[in-house]
Ligand binder design. Sequence first.
Ligand code: 5GP
Length: 121
Amino acid sequence: MATYDDNNIFARILRGEIPCQRLYEDEFALAFPDIKPQAPCHVLVIPKGKYVSATDFGAKAKPEEITGFYRAVSLVAEKLGVAESGYRLIANAGPDSRQEVPHFHVHILGGHRLGAMLVAP
Ligand code: 5GP
């Protein structure tokens, strides 16, 4: 597992060094719009803790961090108005997924009918 890079973009957003629109924040999570939206609603939710990926988070986060994070994801989906209409949660993890930012995050994508799941190269 890669070691956590304290200078990754999302670590810098958490520290307030890079601006973002803070749509939701609590002790476990921060949600903000993706800078390059791929759907009418495209929001990122990140944990406050230092985890490289979904794998790292699932393996090392405390149970309260995991619960708190996924509760925040649900709250954000409600707040964005996509909980009923539907949305897709994506967590890229590692090179084959093309994960760009090495701080665990989920993408909430919705706001219209999404295309098929992408698995092709
Ligand atoms: P990944 O490929 O790692 O799952 O997704 C990283 C996402 O972060 C991309 O969708 C990219 O557009 C987004 N992103 C990268 N840099 C920034 C930034 O500085 N601000 C925001 N709001 N999003 C960013």
